[in-house]
Design a protein around this ligand. Sequence first.
Ligand code: AP5
Length: 226
Amino acid sequence: MSELNLVLLGPPGSGKGTQGERLNEDLRLPYYATGDILRAAVRDETELGRTAKGYMDAGDLVPDDVIVGVIAEALDSEAARDGFILDGFPRTTPQAEALDAKLDQLGRAVGTVLLIDVSDEEVVRRLGGRRTCVENGHVFHVEFNPPEREGVCDIDGSELITRDDDNPETIRNRLAQYHEKTEPLVGYYDQRGVLRRLDGERDPDEVAEEIRRTLATMRLEQDEDV
Ligand code: AP5
């Protein structure tokens, strides 16, 4: 069976993290979420974190060379040999080209890109009510996916907070960045025949079910082509 080299694409708040967590559990593949990696670096006050913080707080993208190195190193690891899930990377055309170059070097390629489609209005509703756990980044929503105990993560018991970049002004800039810099990747991957669009404005369980069906169909098609 072919390896699963999977990219989750979509605007901020489309549910990449929510679905990524589920996929991580289902598929047992390494899951690299660049936002989580960068937030951990900011928290640990590493050099990467110090570089990234100002960009993240403003809702801007960190420079390509900063993030490309992080992902290239991850994909070189033994853990990613049988496949991987990328969430939040690539986010620009130069990042997508760097990813292709890295995978090409390893004799591999991006096999599946899932675009989770959500309107700007829905993004604003979702991010305003999002709560994120401080320890491991588990994601909840005060209305759509509330934790059992207010302010406490169901999974690891740590505190739930509102992310620094989930304020109205920063959300607007993150959306603008998405439309300008990340949306061109829809065409980039569509041309390569690996893109599948999903309606992200449904219940998370329904989105997860469609992802399962889509992956199963794509794997069958890819195995037939081998
Ligand atoms: P990152 O953390 O990746 O932020 P993002 O792309 O803006 O995505 P989010 O994490 O906000 O949303 P999500 O799609 O994961 O949605 P979620 O599942 O949480 O990046 C942060 C920053 O890091 C960037 O701004 C940038 O500065 C930097 N960065 C990261 N990667 C970079 C890169 N490659 N290059 C340069 N810079 C980079 O869901 C959102 C909410 O909705 C939750 O409350 C959830 O419970 C709820 N929800 C989810 N699904 C549903 C549903 N189906 N129905 C109702 N509610 C739902």
